[in-house]
Ligand binder design. Structure first.
Ligand code: HEM
Length: 447
């Protein structure tokens, strides 16, 4: 259990960690994140402290019971919204479920969650298949191309059509353009620090970011206003229409600003994460012909056990988000350590999911480990946990369960390089360094 530190806390040790200057740790965290995490874990064990510029102190936790303590901890004491806000608020806005804490956070969660109900998602399946097929038709035959941008096109189209409910119109093109511009700017890892310290305001990528964000905002607010007046909201299956119809416990609807903030949140929490997980799934499968053959054979038989195991294993060995952050507001004890107020407690997804005591040969891609076997509690949490667990987890899994079979039924692929891609950081995500390059070698269905 997480406990307030109490008077005896001075006898507890603050977790040890690397002694390099903060700026060097920041460079390693941005540029060599997996090397740095692996090294810290080998040297300091299950709990270690990373010190970054601007007084940022992160305590990484990799043991399941410590992760459980943080996820189950008092949400007034360990706050996710506050921690997320430092980086994300300029993008997602002050009313986003990601940056709120306490009752306001729960209110937004309850308003959003029904929009991702299972029945509603099942109705989206045909559209996701169609979007995937249209993308496959654009793939070149016989020469290498990167799968990740292609997966990004699919998940972006899914968001524009099924989340925003905008279909083939001028507004759809406008939204896509603004989103792509903003996403490209957001890839600059140094923006992470610009959001921490607004004195970096005049710094050019930051100014470009603000311009791009305002343009997307304007297009979204115009769409929200027009949509409110539509008589067919009840019949439409998209998330925006569901948000406009949602009412909280007091019967209040969401304001335009709240809806805008949540749409941007769903877009940025859901678009690149899902696309990158899909790219990793293909990169791992194409470099493991036995797993690939087994999955293709299973698809022909209409079963999905191996597909589910493949998705679970991909999210384990290549988690797109490596850590989740919780801002510690009052000194607490976690395990045998004193964690002072002002630090960030970080359940570390990447390291916890590579523990040799939970997963034999932990760095290897082996879907079989999840056949008939549920992941260990708090040893598999690619979607975070507790009352902050990813709101789009079932939506992302649903998309992966549709897109992977659709691709494997349509084409045969081979990897463009002999070894799986290296993990590289892009803003807050871990992505394949080469975009998961592959070659279409044949069509199983007519192109
Ligand atoms: C494979 C794809 C995805 C991964 C790996 C992922 C991962 C995560 C993680 C690690 C968190 C933080 C949880 C925590 O702090 O404990 C999160 C939060 C969130 N995600 Fe996802 N996500 C994915 C897809 C999506 C999708 C498709 C959507 C929606 C369209 C979405 C919406 C959200 C939202 C709204 C939150 C904030 C929840 C809250 O603070 O209460 N995510 N996600």
């Amino acid at each position: 259990m997480i406990a307030q530190a109490g008077p005896d806390a001075s006898s507890l040790a603050f977790p040890d960690g690397p002694r390099y200057p903060r700026i060097v740790q920041a460079w390693l965290w941005l540029k060599k994140p997996t090397w740095f995490l692996d090294r810290c874990s080998r040297t300091y064990g299950d709990v270690f402290t990373m010190r970054l510029p601007f007084g940022i102190t992160m305590v990484h936790l990799t043991r399941p019971e410590l992760v459980k303590a943080v996820f189950g901890g008092d949400n007034d004491v360990v706050r996710a919204g506050e921690a997320n806000a430092t980086i994300l608020e300029p993008l997602v806005g002050p009313q986003s479920v990601l940056v709120l804490d306490g009752p306001e956070h729960l209110r937004q969660r309850k308003l959003i969650l029904p929009a991702f109900h299972g029945d509603r998602m099942r109705a989206w399946e045909a559209a996701v298949r169609e979007i995937t097929r249209a993308e496959i038709a654009r793939w070149p035959a016989g020469r290498p191309f990167a799968l990740r941008p292609s997966m990004q096109s699919i998940t972006l189209e899914v968001i524009v059509r099924l989340v925003f409910g905008v279909d083939g119109s001028v507004r759809g093109d406008e939204l896509r353009r603004h989103i792509l511009r903003l996403t490209a700017i957001g890839r600059n890892p140094f923006l992470l620090f610009a959001t921490r310290d607004r004195r970096l305001g005049p710094y050019a990528p930051w100014a470009r970011f603000l311009q791009a964000r305002d343009a997307l905002d304007a297009a979204l607010v115009a769409e929200i206003r027009q949509r409110r007046d539509r008589p067919d909201l009840e019949q439409r299956g998209d998330v925006l229409s569901a948000l406009l119809l949602a009412r909280d416990d007091e019967g209040r609807a969401m304001t335009d600003d709240e809806v805008r903030d949540e749409l941007v949140t769903l877009l940025f929490a859901g678009h690149e994460t899902t696309a990158t997980s899909l790219a990793w799934a293909f990169d791992l499968l194409l470099h493991d012909p036995r797993a690939l053959d087994r999955l293709v054979a299973e698809l022909d038989s209409d079963a999905s056990e191996y597909l589910d195991a493949t998705i679970t294993e991909t999210l384990r060995v290549r988690p797109v988000i490596a850590v989740v952050d919780r801002h510690v507001r009052q000194a607490v004890r976690i395990g045998g350590h004193a964690i002072p107020a002002g630090t960030i407690a970080c359940p570390n997804i990447y390291l916890a999911q590579r523990r040799a005591d939970l997963y034999p040969d932990p760095a290897a891609f082996r879907p079989d480990r999840f056949l008939g076997q549920a992941p260990p509690a708090f040893g598999w949490f690619p979607f975070g946990g507790g009352i902050r667990r990813c709101l789009g987890a079932s939506f992302a899994t649903f998309e992966m369960r549709v897109v992977i079979p659709e691709v494997l039924r349509a084409v045969t692929l081979r990897p463009a390089s002999p070894r799986p891609a290296r993990i590289r950081r892009e803003a807050v995500t871990f992505v394949p360094h080469d975009g998961a390059r592959c070659v279409v070698t044949g069509h199983r269905l007519p192109p």
